[in-house]
Write a protein that binds this ligand. Sequence first.
Ligand code: FEO
Length: 401
Amino acid sequence: METIRELKPGIYSVGAIDWDRRLFDELIPLPDGTSYNAYLVKGKEKTALIDTVDPKMADVLIDNLKQLGVKSIDYVIANHAEQDHSGALPQILELYPKAKVVCTAKCRSLLMDLLFIPEDRIVPVGEEEKLSLGGKTLMFIHAPWVHWPETMVTYLMEDRILFSCDLFGSHLATSALFVTDERIVYEAAKRYYAEIMMPFRVVIRGNLEKIGNLDISIIAPSHGPAYDNPDFILSAYKDWVSDEVKNEVVIPYVSMHGSTKKMVDYLVKGLIGRGMSVRQFNLSEIDLGKLSMALVDAATIVIGSPTVLVGPHPNVVSVAYLVNALRPKLRFASVIGSYSWGGKMVDQLTTMISGLKVNILSPVVIKGFPKEKDFMELERLADEIFNRHKELGIIEKGGMR
Ligand code: FEO
């Protein structure tokens, strides 16, 4: 079934909507499916296809091109080498034998390695290099680490459209070409940012500055709907990539026999009572996307774990590894939990999150079920978190920010 939609005269969305996909990279939950957007730009003399689709949906892209009567393609712009955008390149190049692939030099190398695209079919382009299609001019802006080191974005100068591939994307299957409900898309785009872009926050900040020089009327990403109000997503990204943290504490935890859960509940109550916002996640039933989103703005993480064979629970290990890799802008971290006969849980967990630039606040790890003196220790930790947040100026007098 074709899914052709016109952005502007001569510019079409020709990609595929994947309503049923529920997992990306065998890791990331996709509660709302996703899309692999590809765009056809017809100039007076040449035609360009911007990105392709995931290989499993190549037939949708090809049907769309046939439906539009596209007899020849001169250029396929590969903004990104990851297969959800480049995977249908081999079929497209076979179908359109005169087409050249246009991408960064790093992307060329990846496309040759990942998809065996012949070198002579690829034309590398430099920073701000322009390509005229006749009345429509594409300008290529190198934007490394949105999401891999080879990524670039493409700006259609006359129509002021930025084709941003993963950047500004959202895993959202929708029949709408443009954003219709900003609240829904904000949530999906923030989830996407948290899972995909957050590790590269500082580099992305530089890329946003570069893009900030452009006059943009539409941002057309390669996942989710396009933005005809670009300020909406640009200002959301500026907020997410900034160094500002919010008065929020994230508490991922596992409890096997209720001791750690009792500690978590007590601490959460104490933090809320002190005017802090708390997000609590039971890792036995976790949506990793929701945890990642909570980490975008939070100032503090407190990891709760029982002791399993002298170390943290394996589900906690997995999440600590992920948090360390996602590199959120957290400022403080601590550990709470329980043991029966000893262990090295705190040492192991703090080593696992050593990539985060956080101050470790005194952990509360107790023997058995929590007793009065343990609750006093949790009060101390709640006070410590409150005082640290206060020092950052993120607690407003008498309430939460
Ligand atoms: Fe949507 Fe990094 O691929």
